[in-house]
Design a protein around this ligand. Sequence first.
Ligand code: PLP
Length: 851
Amino acid sequence: MSRPLTDMDRRKQISVRGLAGVENVTDIKKNFNRHLHFTLVKDRNVATTRDYYQALAHTVRDHLVGRWIRTQQYYYEKDPKRIYYLSLEFYMGRTLQNTMVNLGLQGACDEAIYQLGLDIEELEDIEEDAGLGNGGLGRLAACFLDSMATLGLAAYGYGIRYEFGIFNQKIANGWQIEEADDWLRFGNPWEKARPEYTIPVNFYGRVDYTPDGVKWVDTHVVLALPYDTPVPGYRNNTVNTMRLWSAKAPNEFKLDDFNVGGYIQAVLDRNLAENISRVLYPNDNFFEGKELRLKQEYFVVAATLQDIIRRFKSSKFGSRDPVRTTFEAFPDKVAIQLNDTHPALAIPELMRIFIDIEHLSWEKAWEITNRTCAYTNHTVLPEALERWPVHLFELLLPRHLAIIYEINRRHMENVAKRYPGDNARLGRMSLIEEGDMKRINMAHLCIVGAHAVNGVARIHSEILKETVFKDFYEMEPSKFQNKTNGITPRRWLVLCNPGLADIIAEKIGEEYIVEMDELKKLLKFANDDAFIRAVANVKQENKLKFSVYLEKEYNVKINPSSMFDVQVKRIHEYKRQILNCLHIITFYNRIKREPNKKYTPRTVMIGGKAAPGYHMAKLIIRLITAIGEVVNNDPMVGDRLKVIYLENYRVSLAEKVIPASDLSEQISTAGTEASGTGNMKFMLNGALTIGTMDGANVEMAEEAGMDNFFIFGMRVKEVDAMDVKGGGEGRGNGYNAQSYYDRLPELKQAMDQISGGFFSPNDRGLFGEIVNMLMHHDRFKVFADYEDYIKCQDRVSALYMNPKEWTKMVIKNIATSGKFSSDRTIGEYARQIWGVEPSKHKIPPPSEPRE
Ligand SMILES: *Cc1c(COP(=O)(O)O)cnc(C)c1O
């Protein structure tokens, strides 16, 4: 028997399929050495691994440059409709390997680096994640950029270049500690600063109503410096741009005549302006109404819209054409997609530009704004919806406040006309919420100002129409759409799981990488013994590799033949990591009760960051680590159950753990997870899912078939029925945690252990708040799904004992995951919202520059 293939062997093998020429390898070695010398100013005696990473990054980057310039030149000449994806988050992760994959350079680079006596995976692992996002929303933006480039759309991502991305999580004594993410410390080889395109952004000031129009005056100016990052499509020579803005104080900042003698202080105060792009707000699905956050939201919008309008004006259809001095053609040449309400100010800002600066009528400005903008909703959780206090706007954005009031006045007029006498509806639909503190409802602003509103999975889009946005849906049903999320198969299969990508390619070719529905062709191998073995082998290799990683980095030993049961996502009550904990404890208690019975061994891994201000989420992390301390050190349990907290879950860790997972935990309360995208990554990488009928799980189960999916728990209608409170007809049965506790002995035992200090012997009351929440005010009804969850986990364990049947089911899941490609999602946005057609056309490759 020959030794099993390593990932390295496979990466070279894939590269043999027409990717790596010998000349390429020679050139790469030459350029690597050239960069080490001229760019890093080192020789191999003193170079560190980081220098080698940098040298390789610059070598690969050189292959982007010609394509990037060409693509942008091509857009300038052909002037296609531009797609602008506005987002406060782009959770990009690492760039080096992704660039090699998309440019078809991976095989050649692997070989070149090998010939240089270096380990390419070690170099890749040096790269910092670009962690400019919190979770799913930010990662979605990153997947969309990849798909838009792959589909040949003239697309741009616009956001903020945070100096500090999502914090690094350390676990100390079982608690989360946050560390600043100083990701730019060693420089960023992937960005190009463009100070020549600096744009001024105004804040504060007052509104002057003059005979020749409204003027926003006496403002404070902050400069927005663009940094461009290339976004390569998959092997199509397209390279799009992600443009991130960095805040800079103008040189005259605070240095006016009134500031005599205050020169030093004035220079120090430049920080105040530059703080705008300092740090990403670390909240996932939570609104924190801080002034600095509002500044960030306006900063990205104002800089971006000036850039968009400059580009429009310099295009064929812009006002360069003397006959067309109006913005009539704007919506035919520009689409703006708002990633949640975070960039909602684009709507009043466009109105301000059109009216105050370009002197269009309100009606014309409104029509153009509306036809240009579209809005994606990402959550129905009330605590996540942005409702900005009016007083903050009065101070920071007085002109925008006036415009929003006028939008609302006209909107209220329309509603009143359509529903005469329905005052309650007027109140519900207003953009302005009355109360002790007047607030602006940003979702309402987006719905009114956009021509399309979409949810991110079928069930979520239905919930929007039936509940949160019901009134708006009734008034304008055709505005409401669904665009089920997706993930890019380039990063989430080819890059992170080369072993699996390779055996799939052996069976069905490589077309699936850009046409994920092709995976369906694997169905006919679901009973092919050799393929079943190959899939199981790849999983086992991935598990071994991840075990080695855990042992090396964290000094934890795990049993690689146990089931890897994984829940990785932000820590949030609605995601119900606590339900997972209750299963772990239940399993532990069963082992203790009947130690001689046969059990399916599990390694349960849980990872994710808690928002620093989210007390309950941090306590949940402590509960997980506390359970691990007891379970992992109980000799009676042995290696039948281990509980591992995966520290600092982020994109690059997801790429390691997901390919090694057997079981994917997607267990939110039905109706709370808008889509989920982690669920899709696991499905594509050969894990089975245990999940609720929530978000995209519903469509995943539909694609795979209910028999190939472990679905449990309440459906949305059952959850809702419990929520109906009070007397009268249609009364719900309520949710009574106590009744489950009384009825289910294993649940009672687990809860008694948590509350009695079994997992916190040195601080027996440590988890009192969790217990109190679960027993008395659990919004997410953990106990209601407990019994069904445990039963479902028992079925999972039983199937795992039959590896062949397990792997057959895995193959059926992989084969039916095609719908969840972000290429499909982007195709739908393109045709149904943006009015553009995706294309597989390849821009002719540039001739590489020669010295
Ligand atoms: C995909 C991804 C997410 C989203 O996961 P969900 O389970 O959908 O919440 C969050 N964080 C990272 C690092 C991811 O890669």
